[in-house]
Every structure is written in structure tokens, then in C-alpha cells.
Design a protein around this ligand. Structure first.
Ligand code: UGA
Length: 458
């Protein structure tokens, strides 16, 4: 593919940084991954990915062996090594729940800047409030030797867990926010591997070159749109529930309009994960600070619609189990409920803000004896919600249950045989929290079936 390629460093080897570091080594770049966490670095250097992401382990080992990929805990080594430094550290939700906490970004940028001995480009990638790139520029000005002319740029990422390798190697766009031609050229060179790969596959990767603020906003705007799309269809589910409609058919019908599109129109227990819920809250908080709070007020509704889906499962459970609701909500004591799914989506072990676990918590709080099973998320779920009861298999979770709730659409659950499961339960009642089961198959097998935003079937 020719031409001098810059050497790349990724600071912060969490989900984002590690995936990028490994995939860019795979594209042929010389790459260094940096983290302050020695255990994480030792693991990666030893060829083990510390989280679950399909295909990544193999790429890690291949590129370690090829000598293109190394890991370090030294800022100095990182500063000496790379021409382009991507900041990929976490930006957790602040203690007040609304803004993003930039302590890790600050630590990474200052730690690196102090050790730089030649001109380099520092590129922000973490999800941050708009204005952060300007702030980083000031930080760099304060901490990097002044004569080097170190520059800053912004390049958001759009990884989806479970598809992260593809999303890095074959992105549907690359967005860069720059102030100078030098930064533009450097960042282009840092992505040349992606463009070259696309060319060999007869594809094109659109490139959007813009200013700092726009590049930062692209990321949160995209996530806000996706969250809104999901809450839109969940709002339609609420209306279907009272009007007697079927939201799955409604979604299919509107989705055929290419202006709407059929993706992210799956009604269910709503969105979770480490990004969408946190991002829409931080985005609102930032807009408020900037004086545009009104513009994003609808995101508050998006959040509320999303959270209402969780209580909807509780209400449905009470209905199915014939339990009355008091002022404190329904009393489910004496019932046994199997919760299938703990992760926020299938093919992931991530339980952050998972609707499934939240619903399991609500059911348990209402007095039910809740038994949770998830194919990949058990370890993380136990840490996040230690008070729940976990079962080692789907069969163990459903055995003796008065109600089965499918809350994450794992293939194991979608393909489960309703007759076989029926043999194990105390009563054939199922809530399909993701509308992922074949409703007629389950009703034919004698199950009382309830979907989300779908008419009753018995
Ligand atoms: C999301 C975005 O999709 C990525 O583009 C973005 O890069 C990423 O956040 C990020 O900010 O890092 P991710 O959190 O991995 O990616 O998960 P999604 O696949 O977007 O799913 C989010 C949630 O929405 C899941 O709980 C999923 O079950 C739910 N969802 C999704 C629905 O309820 N209905 C749908 O139709 C689609």
C-alpha cells in the first residue's frame, strides 16, 4: 500500500482502545497500546483480550507475533514511539449522573504531553462533551514543550459491541475534526490503511473533514438519533398496547419506507449498555450548560419512554400471574420467575445499564423468587447485582417457574423449544421482552404469551 505510515499509539486499552490498537496493527500499522492498568497491559501483551469481542483474540495474537503490536504502561515510551496518539480512555458518568467525567482524559493527555520530544498529533476519540477538544488543546499547550508545535484533532468512533472488529476495519464513515492541513494530512495517513482495504474490496469509505465542535457532536448526535429511534418505536408499542395493535407489524410496515429504514425499530424492554443511556443524559446536560437545553428536552422523554418499558414488564408479570397492584406496585411474593438474559444485548458480556437486569431487580423487589441465566454475562451480572439468584443453565433457571421472561434476544433463547421448556416449568407463561420468539409456536405449545406492544395471545 506504499508511503510512509505514521506510528500509532492508543492511550487507554479498554474496549475502545484495545479494539482500535489491535485492528490498526492488523491493517499494517506499527502500534503501541498504553494503559495505566498493569494487569490489563500484561494480559494484552500475553495475548488475551480482557473482554468479550468476537474475532479479536485471534487478531491480537497474530499481530503480537508479527511484532507490529506492543503494549506499555510507560508514558515516556508512548511519547517516544508514536506520531499519532489516540486518546481512548473512559469518560464515565459523573457522580451527579448528568455530565461526563474527564479525569482520565486529563490524566492521559498531561501524562503524554510532558514526555513528548517531537511534533506529534493528539487525537481525541472517547465520547466527550462538545468543547473538550479545545480544552485538550489548552492542556497540551500547558504541558507539552512549547517549541514542538504539538497539535490536537478529533475523530469519533462508532463501534457496536459484537461488531467492533468490522466497525474498525470497515467503517461506514470516518469523521475528523482538524484545524490545520498538517493535522488533516497526518490523520489521513493514520487512516490510509482503512481506505486502502476498502479500495481492494471495491468499496468507498466516506470521509468527513470538519471542525472540532462538529466532530465531537457527530458522535453524540448519532447516538441520540439511535436512542430516539428505539424510543419512538417503544412509544408506538405503548400506543399499540392500549389500541390493540401489533408494533412488530407496524415497525415492519413503516420500515419499508427507505426514509425511515427498518433498523433500530425493534420494540422491547428498551436500550441499555455503556453508551446510549449515558450519552443522551450527558448530551442534555452539555446543551443545558451551553444555553440550548430546550433543543434537547425531547431526549428526556426518550429516556423516560425507555425506562417505562422496564416497568411494563413488571405490570405484565402481575397481570399474567393474576396479582393485584397496591400503591407500592404489584406484590409478586410466592411466585417464581425465570429471567433469561442479563446482558444489554446478545453476543456481549456487558451488563452495564442492562434493561434485563434492571427488570430482574424490579421483579425481585416486588417479592418474586427470580432466577437469572445468561450465556455470557453471568460473571459481570453477579458483580453488578449480587443480590439476585443466578442459575448455571437455561434449564435450571426455568425449572419450577410460574413465568418465564426472555429479556435479551440470545439465539439460545430464540431457538429454544417451547415444548421442552414447558416440561420444566410450573406453568406455561412467557413474557417476550424482545419480541424475539415465534409467538404462534409458543401459543401452540400451550403457553400464555405476552410480547411488548403486541395483542394478547392465549
Ligand atoms: C451504540 C451505537 O450503536 C454505536 O454506534 C456506538 O458507537 C456505541 O453505542 C458507542 O457509543 O460506543 P452499542 O452500545 O454497542 O452501540 O449497542 P447497540 O447495538 O446500539 O444497542 C444499544 C441498545 O439498544 C441495546 O440494549 C439494544 O438491545 C437496544 N436496541 C437496539 C433496541 O432495543 N432496539 C433496537 O431496535 C436496537
Amino acid at each position: 500500500s506504499g508511503g510512509a505510515r505514521p506510528r500509532l499509539a492508543f492511550l487507554g486499552t479498554g474496549y475502545l482502545g484495545a479494539t482500535y490498537a489491535i485492528c490498526f496493527a492488523e491493517l499494517g500499522y506499527e502500534v503501541l497500546g498504553f494503559d495505566v492498568d498493569e494487569a490489563k497491559i500484561a494480559k494484552l501483551a500475553g495475548g488475551a483480550v480482557p473482554f468479550h469481542e468476537p474475532g479479536l483474540d485471534e487478531l491480537l495474537r497474530r499481530n503480537l507475533a508479527a511484532g507490529r503490536l506492543r503494549f506499555t504502561t510507560s508514558y515516556k515510551e508512548t511519547a517516544d514511539f508514536a506520531d499519532v496518539h489516540f486518546i481512548c480512555v473512559g469518560t464515565p458518568q459523573r457522580a451527579d449522573g448528568m455530565g461526563a467525567d474527564l479525569v482520565y482524559v486529563e490524566a492521559a493527555v498531561t501524562g503524554l504531553a510532558q514526555h513528548l520530544t517531537r511534533k506529534a498529533l493528539i487525537v481525541g476519540k472517547s465520547t466527550v462533551p462538545v468543547g473538550t477538544a479545545e480544552w485538550i488543546e489548552q492542556l497540551v499547550g500547558k504541558h507539552a514543550p512549547a517549541d514542538l508545535g504539538v497539535e490536537v484533532a478529533w475523530s469519533p468512533e462508532f463501534l457496536q459491541e459484537g461488531f467492533a472488529v468490522e466497525d474498525v476495519l470497515r467503517p461506514n464513515r470516518i469523521v475528523i475534526g482538524v484545524k490545520t492541513e498538517w493535522a488533516n494530512a497526518m490523520l489521513y495517513a493514520a487512516h490510509k490503511g482503512v481506505f486502502d482495504l476498502a479500495a481492494t474490496e471495491d468499496r468507498e469509505v466516506p470521509l468527513v473533514v470538519t471542525d472540532f465542535a462538529t466532530a465531537e457532536l457527530v458522535k453524540v448526535a448519532a447516538n441520540a438519533f439511535l436512542a430516539t429511534k428505539i424510543s419512538f418505536i417503544n412509544a408506538m408499542a405503548e400506543v399499540c398496547e392500549v389500541a390493540g395493535g401489533d408494533v412488530t407489524q407496524l415497525a415492519r410496515a413503516i420500515g419499508y419506507d427507505p426514509r425511515i429504514g427498518n433498523r433500530f425499530l425493534q420494540a422491547g424492554v428498551g436500550f441499555g449498555g455503556g453508551c446510549l443511556p449515558k450519552d443522551i443524559r450527558a448530551f442534555q446536560a452539555r446543551a443545558q450548560e451551553l444555553g440550548a437545553g430546550e433543543a434537547l428536552r425531547f431526549l428526556h422523554e426518550v429516556d423516560l419512554i425507555n425506562l417505562r418499558r422496564r416497568t411494563r414488564v413488571l405490570t405484565l408479570a402481575a397481570e399474567l400471574l393474576d396479582r393485584r397492584s397496591g400503591p407500592a406496585g404489584p406484590d409478586l411474593s410466592g411466585t417464581r420467575i425465570a429471567v433469561l438474559g442479563a446482558t444489554f444485548k446478545p453476543n456481549s458480556d456487558d451488563v452495564r445499564d442492562a434493561p434485563s437486569l434492571a427488570v430482574a431487580g424490579l421483579l425481585a423487589k416486588a417479592g418474586a423468587d427470580v432466577r437469572v441465566y445468561d450465556p455470557e454475562g453471568m460473571e459481570n451480572a453477579r458483580i453488578a447485582q449480587p443480590d439476585l439468584t443466578y442459575e448455571p443453565s437455561m434449564a435450571d433457571a426455568v425449572r419450577g417457574a410460574d413465568l418465564v421472561c426472555v429479556l435479551t434476544e440470545w439465539a439460545d433463547f430464540r431457538n429454544a423449544d417451547p415444548n421442552a421448556i414447558g416440561e420444566l416449568v410450573a406453568a406455561r407463561r412467557v413474557i417476550d421482552g424482545r419480541n424475539c420468539l415465534d409467538a404462534s409456536l409458543w401459543t401452540h405449545a400451550g403457553w400464555e404469551y405476552r410480547g411488548m406492544g403486541r395483542p394478547e395471545r392465549t
